[in-house]
Design a protein around this ligand. Structure first.
Ligand SMILES: [Zn+2]
Ligand SMILES: [Zn+2]
Length: 338
């Protein structure tokens, strides 16, 4: 019996009668993490990992009917033993482990395998069937160790200070922004953030994640001499908007896994691209799949066909699962008009 099937509302567990990251409103939703394509409004009951509670409440509303589960803690629902395990993607992100009559399935949600210091690191979970994402499921996607990327970002910031320019870094406001903050060298200058970023910073700090001090962008004027030493974190939607005028002369950059593609960077029209992703790269996906020991692999979103074919050639029973998950990262090349 399949412990998870694809239904029009989302991924469904028949014996447990609940959904995982449903894209249409349902009675019971297990949420792997708070990104918009996985955590949606309108469900009656939510279950998520304890460290993600603040994120879900800040994004879906304080009044949602939310139950939390610590990582590794078991919950029995309709004979299905459910537990959540760190996915290493963003604060509170979890893989969902389901056990029923000796069968074990794990639904990964989104994950990355390099520990980043802002959330619990990815933990491989043995299972018979593994449901994996495949956002960067192509062999060209191989990430450099994140410290090298942070060194590049700090060097770019330092260089802009020498040139008397502010540094504007565009990145997704939940997860990526906090990871970058964690990797910045705050001794270089003040760090300003867009209004979309600060509420998430607050949730991370309340969860005990160490982030450097940040100022709201409106707290500093462009005539303030410190502006020329400042680094500003902003969502990609702020690019080209009048909000940018307050920074005077600046250099801009974009941090995303999609910056691996030169075309994406060119279309973004920014001075620099930093290749930094909260998803597993190609070797990371293959490593994670191997660690589960699963013989059967279902691939949900991203480069599905390529990963399915690769796994089948290696003797695994792999297939595609049609879902409505997208990519939370606004740098994705599918948004050709952006
Ligand atoms: Zn995500
Ligand atoms: Zn996703």
């Amino acid at each position: 019996m399949d412990l998870v099937i694809a239904r029009p509302e989302g991924l469904y567990c028949p014996p447990g009668d609940f959904y995982i990251d449903p894209w249409r409103p349902v009675e019971r939703a297990v949420i792997t993490h708070g990104h918009g394509d996985h955590a949606r409004n309108g469900n009656r009951h939510y279950l998520t990992a304890s460290p993600g509670a603040g994120i879900l409440r800040s994004r879906l509303g304080a009044d949602i009917n939310l139950q939390t589960l610590d990582y590794g803690q078991r919950l029995d629902h309709g004979g299905v033993a459910l537990s959540l395990h760190p996915a290493g993607h963003v604060l509170g992100s979890a893989q969902v482990r389901l056990e029923y009559r000796g069968e074990v399935w794990v639904a990964s949600g989104d994950y990355k395998v390099e520990p980043d210091g802002t959330c619990a690191p990815f933990e491989p979970v043995r299972c018979h069937t593994f449901i994996t994402e495949s956002t960067f499921g192509l062999p060209i996607y191989r990430w450099e160790p994140q410290q090298q990327i942070f060194d590049q970002i700090n060097a770019w910031w330092r260089e802009n200070i020498t040139l008397g320019k502010a540094s504007v870094l565009f990145c997704y406001s939940f997860g990526k922004a906090q990871r970058i903050l964690h990797g910045l060298d705050p001794s270089l200058g003040p760090i300003l953030v867009h209004g979309a970023v600060e509420p998430l910073n607050r949730v991370y700090r309340e969860a005990g994640v160490a982030l450097p001090a940040t100022l709201h962008a409106s707290e500093m004027d462009k005539h303030d001499p410190r502006m020329r030493q400042a680094l500003i974190l902003a969502p990609p939607s702020a690019a080209g908007s009048s909000w940018m005028r307050r920074f005077g002369d600046y250099s801009d950059a974009f941090a995303s896994g999609w910056m691996r593609l030169r075309g994406t960077r060119r279309r973004r029209g920014v001075d620099r691209g930093f290749v930094l992703s909260d998803h597993a790269d190609w070797p990371g996906l293959l490593w994670a799949i191997e660690q589960t020991g699963a013989q059967r692999v279902m691939v949900t979103h991203g480069s599905v066909a390529v990963l399915v074919r690769y796994l089948c050639e290696r003797g695994l029973d792999a297939q595609a699962f049609v879902t409505e998950y997208g990519d939370e990262d606004e740098g994705a090349p599918t948004e050709a008009s952006a």
